[in-house]
Structure formats: structure tokens, C-alpha cells
Design a protein around this ligand. Structure first.
Ligand SMILES: NC(=O)c1ccc[n+]([C@@H]2O[C@H](COP(=O)([O-])OP(=O)(O)OC[C@H]3O[C@@H](n4cnc5c(N)ncnc54)[C@H](O)[C@@H]3O)[C@@H](O)[C@H]2O)c1
Length: 254
């Protein structure tokens, strides 16, 4: 039986860690050729090693998604390596631990979050899409449960993730007729280094968080990767402009 991404070439941003790393390993297991990209070169190269250990094909490229020139070079690198771009998982993002009211926020940090979480996804799609115009393609952006529900004290993150979802829908509308599907996954709380840091510092926060999730647990990174795989593969044909929440039903409780 053919694998879900057999021979298909693509890019994952923010693939040094968490959900992006889990996606790199899973997609490669499903036959994909993967460009692993991040700002953390050491851990990015570790992801490449993990993929290769599974017999997959992967290469690392340093890219800060908030830097347009970096993103252009990333896409050029993918084309140089594979000669095509079939899919992209625009996953890189930051959650600031500012937890502040708007009048207390730091403008530089607010802008940085938008630069990475919105402009980063815009740059990625801007340079990925031209390589999909001829043969078609599929893109998944990593949004959040905070793309449809906000939480207190997280204005920069909530703004960025709502914006990212809006951008995803605009892109889906514009490129659907050109055979490029563009969707999003929306993690609820997911056990990645992002959450692990706060879990060890404030275990009570995690306990309270779990109580809001109907199945009483946070997601594993691979559960997000599974949803992205479904959307990127032919299983997701005819799904366009959608946000698939992987939140254990938490959004029903907010
Ligand atoms: N973990 C959660 O609970 C959760 C919840 C909702 C949404 N998300 C989203 O999931 C995505 C992945 O996060 P994760 O939980 O795997 O976190 P993570 O911190 O484990 O991974 C994020 C990766 O992005 C990289 N990165 C950060 N800034 C970057 C930049 N400017 N350019 C390129 N790479 C950059 C980091 O180095 C890191 O490797 C993010 O978009 C995040 O907003 C996560």
C-alpha cells in the first residue's frame, strides 16, 4: 500500500522541537522528503538525525520565519534539494509568557509575536505558493485553540492566532481554484517543551488546565502531527480553509 505522502517533498518550520519535530518524523514515516527548519540549529539537526534513523530523507535549513529573506532562502533550498514543493507545514510559532493586560504589555514583545506568528506564516505562503501553482499542493498552518477562543492576559498571542486563521481562510479562498488547499490545525494544550516549562514551574496550572478538557489530559505532539498529515495528504482532498481543533473537546468548555 502506498504511504500517505509517498515521494512528496515539503517544508516544516519550527521543526526542532515539539509538534514540528513530531511532524517531521511522522511525515517521513509516511514517505515524505522533509526540509526541517528552525532557528535552533542544534535541535533542528537532531530532528534530521531522528528522521534519518527511521530511514527517511531530511535536510536542515536555518530559518527565522520573521525574516522574509530567510524564508525566501528556505524555499529556494527546498527547490534546490527536491526540485519541487508538494506540501508545507507552517508550524513555527511562539507563546509569550507575558500574561499581562494590554496597558501593561511591552510593545516590542507584542510586535515580535505578530512578526513570528502572522508575518512568518504570510512569508512562508508567499514563497511556497509559486512552486505549487503548476502541479497543485497542500499547506497546513499551525493555529491554536486561541484562533477561535481567547484566554485572559494573552492579547498578543490571541491576536496573532486569530490573524493566522484569517490569513489561512483568505489564502484558501484565493488558491482553491488553483488546486492548492490551505488549512490549519489548532492545538489545544499540548505537551511540548512550551508547556513542559510551565508544567514544571507551575504544576497547579496544568492540573487546572486538565480539568477544563473533557478527556482530562493534554494532547501529545504526535496527535497534532496526525491531524496535519491527514489535511496535507489526499485523505484531506476537498477540505479547504478549515481549522481542525485537536483539543480533546476543550473548546466546548470555553
Ligand atoms: N504546545 C501547545 O500547547 C500549543 C497550543 C496551541 C498552539 N500551539 C502552536 O503549535 C506550534 C508549535 O509549537 P510547539 O508547542 O511545538 O512549541 P515548541 O516550542 O516545542 O516548538 C516551536 C519551535 O518553533 C521554533 N521557533 C520559534 N521562533 C521561531 C522563528 N522565529 N522562526 C523559526 N522557528 C521558530 C522554536 O525554536 C521551536 O523549535 C506553534 O505555532 C504554537 O503556537 C502550541
Amino acid at each position: 500500500m502506498n504511504k500517505l505522502l509517498d515521494g512528496r517533498a515539503g517544508i516544516i518550520t519550527g521543526a526542532a522541537s515539539g509538534i514540528g519535530r513530531a511532524a517531521a518524523i511522522l511525515f517521513a514515516q509516511e514517505g515524505a522528503k522533509v526540509i526541517v527548519s528552525d532557528v535552533n540549529d542544534e535541535m533542528g539537526n537532531e530532528t534530521v538525525e531522528l528522521v534519518r534513523k527511521e530511514g527517511g530523507e531530511a535536510y536542515y535549513f536555518h530559518c527565522d520565519v520573521a525574516n522574509e529573506e530567510n524564508v525566501k532562502e528556505l524555499v529556494d533550498f527546498a527547490i534546490e534539494k527536491f526540485g519541487k514543493l508538494d506540501w508545507a507545514y507552517n508550524n513555527a510559532g511562539v507563546i509569550p509568557f507575558e500574561n499581562a493586560l494590554i496597558h501593561e504589555t511591552h510593545t516590542d514583545l507584542f510586535r515580535k509575536v505578530l512578526d513570528i506568528n502572522i508575518m512568518g506564516v504570510y512569508y512562508c505562503m508567499k514563497y511556497e505558493i509559486p512552486h505549487m501553482l503548476e502541479a497543485g499542493g497542500s499547506i497546513v498552518n499551525c493555529c491554536s485553540i486561541n484562533s477561535v477562543r481567547v484566554t485572559r492576559g494573552t492579547s498578543s498571542y490571541g491576536t496573532s492566532k486569530y490573524g493566522e486563521y484569517g490569513l489561512t481562510q483568505c489564502a484558501a479562498l484565493d488558491y482553491g481554484k488553483l488546486n492548492i488547499r490551505i488549512n490549519a490545525v489548532g492545538p489545544g494544550p499540548t505537551m511540548t517543551p512550551m508547556l513542559e516549562a510551565s508544567a514544571s514551574a507551575h504544576p497547579e496550572v496544568i492540573t487546572a488546565l486538565k480539568a477544563t478538557i473533557p478527556d482530562g489530559r493534554v494532547a501529545e505532539a504526535v496527535e497534532l502531527a496526525n491531524a496535519a498529515l491527514f489535511l496535507l495528504s489526499d485523505l484531506g482532498n476537498h477540505i479547504n480553509g478549515q481549522l481542525v481543533l485537536v483539543d480533546g473537546g476543550q473548546s466546548c468548555n470555553m
